[in-house]
Write a protein that binds this ligand. Structure first.
Ligand SMILES: Cc1cc2nc3c(=O)[nH]c(=O)nc-3n(C[C@H](O)[C@H](O)[C@H](O)COP(=O)(O)OP(=O)(O)OC[C@H]3O[C@@H](n4cnc5c(N)ncnc54)[C@H](O)[C@@H]3O)c2cc1C
Length: 597
């Protein structure tokens, strides 16, 4: 049975020593009282909840799965009770606006707590987050709608599933067919079928406030004719009480590879009552509403990569200390035993340190991104807000695409450390592999994140956004190039950053001549960007560790892991540099028919 320990020491180190959070929050009036004591106590209690309440749901929930009876979805045993405790603890309200019953604390807390919950039980944790839906409503809906729906969403007693995908469309939402017919009372009649809807329905809340994408009659074809609606399972009366049952139903739930405790629903809308968010027939503004939601949701999915890799790493590291097989290449390390622990073997260490360097590097990236959301939402300086928006635009697809791909690699390393015992259900490592796989698919596949990064976020503005981030990296490298312990890493990082810009320029030029070169380069470009981004956070962590007054096992491990990252992970960019610039000829030459020869 796998175990989980909340990484509280690492959070404290990243939040305080690496990101200098409290110094920065002092410039934001809303957070001027936020300090180490407050954050530590909240995170420590959240860690306890994740370890003691959520984690025990993980393996039994995977075995039991969800079921539908008489059109109602039932989650595995224990989910409802723990969900109730989670709501009673006020955990869904932490960083939400005080105007709607939230506590107005930093989103950074959600970043850390989100990771812990996902590590403890990913299938359960997905139900408890409504950040994206709340952001979409808060930023785009009329005041009436906000007042009506947000307090209960913030309180957590209503769910907020995102209903975009349909059987024939996922990546290409322009193909969607769900219809919205205007009604005389100002509402819309929604008809159609959505597929793959996470928590489309569940027995955890009193109501389900579905955010549904649909096409209003006579709207333009494609992506420009899409609007966003709220479609509640139970209609909500003017006084906020629940009214009649809307014409929505669960067609079925999917039987899937992992995340068995998370109900993935086919949702049917049969002239269901819906309410427009944003402006009628303004497809693009509805999409902007969606992007407000999508940015936060993509960030959350990116965290799944970190979270599942983290728990897989913890269990693999413990196992590697205990499992004895063969002798060290340099002679017995434990002559009293029949064999040495497998942790003596360089290849086992390669797997463990690959996991560790990804987990801690991406954790620093995630918390940095969560802090950007805080500054975007609350910083008094408009220029600073713009700066944060640019960084978020660039880093969201990296968080989502790179973290989930690396997360998948790392849970596989975790399983491999266990050998055959990793392949057996009882030890829990194969569940992490199955659960982690979906994260590289939903909220836009890695291919879609890569196109978003390269085409929309980088090339569309001629690399301006990228240069904002590389400018920050270069400034850091310049300031630390002579640092006794990390100066060499900073110099290597500076070179990798210069190469990142050069490759971007080359791909941009190639894409102007042949657009397929852009598509051919995109996923490798995403991964390249991720490796350099994590290298930045590794040098920042190494510097913070080196600058600590006292060297401890924790700070030494940070410095050693940083060195490992630069020796054995960052060099992956050398291959990617070649494949990114290899063009598209060898991909596109083969006839379509030849693929099935
Ligand atoms: C467990 C789970 C939960 C989900 N939860 C939700 C949810 O809550 N709400 C919701 O709306 N949806 C949800 N989804 C759906 C998910 O978002 C889609 O599956 C995903 O966006 C991909 O769409 P698709 O499956 O239709 O694949 P397709 O769009 O058919 O893509 C197939 C392949 O083609 C590639 N591809 C497509 N277009 C391009 C392109 N232009 N360039 C390069 N490659 C391309 C893709 O990368 C992919 O590899 C969920 C899916 C799963 C598995």
């Amino acid at each position: 049975m796998p175990t989980y320990q909340a990484p509280l020491q690492d959070y404290k180190f990243i939040i305080e020593d690496v990101l200098n959070t409290y110094q920065d929050y002092a410039t934001i009036p809303q957070f001027s009282d936020v300090n180490s004591e407050l954050m530590d106590s909240i995170l420590s209690e959240a860690g306890r909840f994740a370890e003691q309440e959520i984690q025990p749901l993980n393996q039994p929930g995977d075995i039991e799965g969800c079921r539908v009876e008489n059109g109602e979805v039932f989650t595995p045993k224990g989910y409802k009770e723990v969900s109730q405790k989670y709501l009673e603890g006020g955990w869904t309200q932490l960083s939400e606006s005080t105007q709607y019953g939230g506590q107005g604390l930093p989103y950074l807390l959600n970043g850390a707590i989100g990771e812990m919950n996902l590590s403890a039980c990913a299938a359960f944790a997905i139900y408890s987050t409504r950040d994206g839906s709340i952001a979409a409503i808060e930023k785009n809906a009329s005041q009436d709608i906000k007042d009506k729906y947000l307090p209960k969403l913030v309180e957590g007693i209503w769910g907020g599933p995102m209903c975009m995908s349909e059987p024939h469309c996922g990546s290409d939402l322009g193909l969607l067919r769900t219809k919205a017919d205007p009604q005389s009372d100002g509402s819309f009649s929604i008809s159609g079928t959505k597929m793959f809807i996470t928590g489309g329905d569940a027995d955890l809340g009193e109501n389900s406030i579905m955010l549904v994408l649909a096409r209003i009659q006579d709207a333009p074809q494609g992506i420009k004719g899409i609007s966003l609606f709220i479609v509640p399972k139970f209609l909500v009366n003017e006084d906020g009480s629940l009214g009649e049952r809307n014409n929505t139903s669960v067609g079925s739930i999917e039987h899937k590879m992992g995340l068995h405790g998370s109900a993935t629903c086919v949702m049917n809308y049969d002239n269901a009552k819906g309410f427009l968010i944003g402006t009628e027939n303004k497809g693009m503004s509805a999409m902007f509403a969606m992007f407000a939601m999508v940015n936060r949701s993509r960030f959350l999915i990116g965290q799944q990569g970190t979270a599942l890799a983290a728990v897989a790493y913890q269990n693999a590291a413990q196992y590697a200390l205990e499992r004895v097989q063969m002798r060290s290449l340099t002679g017995p390390k434990n002559p009293d035993k029949a064999a040495d622990s497998i942790i003596v073997h360089p290849d086992v260490r390669r797997m463990l340190l690959t996991q560790r360097s990804f987990v801690e590097g991406s954790r620093a990236l995630n918390l940095y991104v969560a802090k950007l959301f805080d500054e975007l939402d609350h910083h008094p300086d408009v220029e600073r807000k713009k700066h944060c928006q640019s960084l978020l635009d660039l880093l969201t697809p990296i968080c989502k695409g790179f973290n989930t791909e690396m997360g998948w690699e790392c849970v596989n390393h975790g399983l491999q450390v266990f050998g055959g015992h990793g392949y057996i259900r009882e030890n829990g490592m194969e569940q992490f592999v199955r659960d982690a796989r979906a994260a590289a698919i939903y909220e836009g596949t890695t291919g879609i994140q890569a196109l978003d990064l390269l085409a929309r976020k980088v090339l569309a503005n001629k690399g301006e956004t990228l240069q904002i981030f590389t400018g920050e990296i270069n400034q850091f490298c310049q300031e630390n190039k002579d640092h006794e312990m990390v100066g060499k890493l900073a110099t290597e990082l500076k070179a990798a950053t210069a190469q990142w810009l050069a490759i971007t320029m080359n791909v941009g030029m190639a894409a102007m001549k042949n657009p397929n070169d852009l598509g051919a380069a995109s996923v490798d470009y995403l991964m390249y960007s991720g490796y350099v981004t994590l290298a930045y956070f590794w040098v920042r962590m190494a510097k913070a560790a080196a600058d600590k007054k006292q060297s401890t096992p924790f700070t030494q491990a940070k410095l050693q892991t940083a060195q490992f990252y630069f020796d054995r992970i960052l060099p992956r960019t050398a291959t990617l540099e070649k494949t990114i610039q290899a063009g598209s000829d060898s991909l596109m030459e083969m006839n379509e028919e030849a693929f099935v020869l």
